[in-house]
Design a protein around this ligand. Structure first.
Ligand SMILES: Cc1cc2nc3c(=O)[nH]c(=O)nc-3n(C[C@H](O)[C@H](O)[C@H](O)COP(=O)(O)OP(=O)(O)OC[C@H]3O[C@@H](n4cnc5c(N)ncnc54)[C@H](O)[C@@H]3O)c2cc1C
Length: 402
């Protein structure tokens, strides 16, 4: 383990790898970990110096849980990607761009998100929504094993056969709660060729587009994932199809249509987000799941409230897994709605308009720092998760469930 203090030249670089709103937080020290024994050593150090710990993969936690004034465990050196027998072994510090590139060399991939610098561990431990998800499920649904350093420094392998309760909890309860994952093994899927599509509409057609989208996208064929974004200027329906792209009623609302055929999976992912572009804007957001469509008058009020709105479709393979089969409890939802703005009050107002129609459930990977009702993240899985937390982290070395 390399211990990096505030006087080390790398200290500020590593500390700042978080979302902009958490970049000012200064850890007492940063432990750079390259293998499970480094992680165990870091946990011993934290205990000896009575320091709280935070674990960091890609540093994208919306609630700042991978930042601390105590000991920050930086896992970015654990970034290997290898393939054997159709299974992908991925170091917990790898970022999604590394994962897609590494697996594509074997003509494989996994269903996972679009942000190229998002960490594979944080994404997987909280679920993992992405453009192949309606076909193959959450990222965590493809997880078949993991190596974990427990709070007491023991290193365990977990799977359906070994430490099955821990393995269940790792699939969708949210990162940083049960132990430090050092590597993940996934059942990979073929890396497809896809069509990227964007349907752009003028902003004044937003109400009609949202109404058409919400009754179509969650029930679209599994090979097609269409998200919806409403900004101050326009409305966009965008996503990918691994096969025919048919847009139902949305096509009749007269969009400008852009199609890019024949993209390899890494090309498609890059087309959505460039890993070299760093966005330093502070944007606040709040989100919830919805199990039924929003009424027309609510849509009108939301549009008047002025936040950016992002709709992500659920359904398909996400919802074919029983809610208690993994820790991810949200298996009957139709979509996720995110409200975003640099103005936190505006976000709260927009969220309050939609909230009466929501299912009251939250995606663990979009945590809300102000939410105290943890059942919203875990639904009927909450009690089992509490028992697993008590068994694996009785002294609350890691954060989360109480
Ligand atoms: C730009 C952007 C794009 C996104 N795109 C998507 C998307 O397409 N699909 C989607 O589902 N989500 C998406 N998200 C949300 C994303 O899944 C979560 O923010 C996720 O938690 C990020 O993981 P991370 O490793 O990057 O972040 P971190 O902040 O490093 O970690 C997130 C949480 O996991 C814990 N953790 C990290 N590593 C480990 C480990 N090895 N062992 C145990 N716990 C660990 C941390 O302590 C923290 O609590 C996006 C977020 C952003 C900011």
């Amino acid at each position: 383990m390399e211990l990096i203090g505030a006087d080390h030249p790398q200290y500020d670089v590593l500390r700042r790898l978080a979302l902009p709103q958490y970049r000012a937080i200064r850890p007492a020290a940063i432990a750079r970990c390259a293998d499970p024994s480094d992680v165990a050593e870091a946990l011993t150090y934290a205990r000896a110096h009575a320091l709280p710990v935070a674990l960091r993969g890609g540093g994208h936690c919306f609630a700042g849980r991978s930042s601390t004034t105590g000991l920050l465990l930086d896992l970015s050196a654990l970034n290997s990607v290898s393939v054997a027998d159709g299974q992908a072994a991925i170091g917990a510090g790898a970022r999604l761009a590394d994962v897609y590139r590494g697996l594509h060399e074997h003509r494989l991939t996994i269903p996972a998100g679009c942000g190229p610098t998002v960490g594979i561990a944080g994404l997987t431990l909280g679920g993992g929504l992405g453009l192949l998800g309606r076909r193959y499920g959450l990222t965590c649904d493809r997880l078949v094993g993991a190596t974990v350093v427990l709070a007491d420094g023991r290193v365990v392998e977990c799977s359906d056969e070994q430490e099955p309760d821990l393995f269940w909890a790792l699939r969708g309860a949210g990162g940083g709660q049960f132990g430090v994952v050092t590597s993940l093994v996934f059942a990979a899927v073929p890396s497809p060729t896809a069509t990227r599509f964007t349907l752009t509409y003028p902003r004044d057609r937003a109400a009609a587009v949202i109404a058409a989208w919400q009754s179509w996208a969650p029930d679209a064929p599994d090979h097609l994932t269409a998200s919806l974004a409403v900004t101050a200027d326009e409305v966009r329906v965008f996503g990918a199809a691994v096969g025919d792209a048919d847009f139902g009623e949305l096509a009749s609302l007269d969009p400008a249509v852009e199609l890019r055929d024949g993209l390899s999976w890494p090309e498609l992912k890059r087309s959505f987000s460039d890993e070299d572009v760093q966005d330093d804007r502070v944007v606040y957001s709040k989100s919830e799941f919805f199990g039924s469509p929003l009424p027309c008058d609510t849509i009108a009020q939301l549009l008047a409230a002025g936040c950016e709105l992002g709709f992500t479709p659920m359904g398909g393979a996400y919802n074919r897994v029983p809610a208690d089969a993994t820790a991810f409890a949200h298996r009957g939802e139709r979509f996720l709605l995110e409200h975003a703005s640099p103005d936190r009050t505006a976000v709260r107002r927009s969220w309050s308009i939609a909230h009466p129609h929501a299912s009251g459930r939250l995606y663990p990977n979009f945590p809300d720092p102000y939410l105290t009702d943890l059942i919203a993240y875990h639904g009927g899985n909450y009690e089992r998760l509490l028992a697993i937390k008590q068994a694996y982290d009785p002294d609350h070395i890691f954060g989360g469930l109480r």
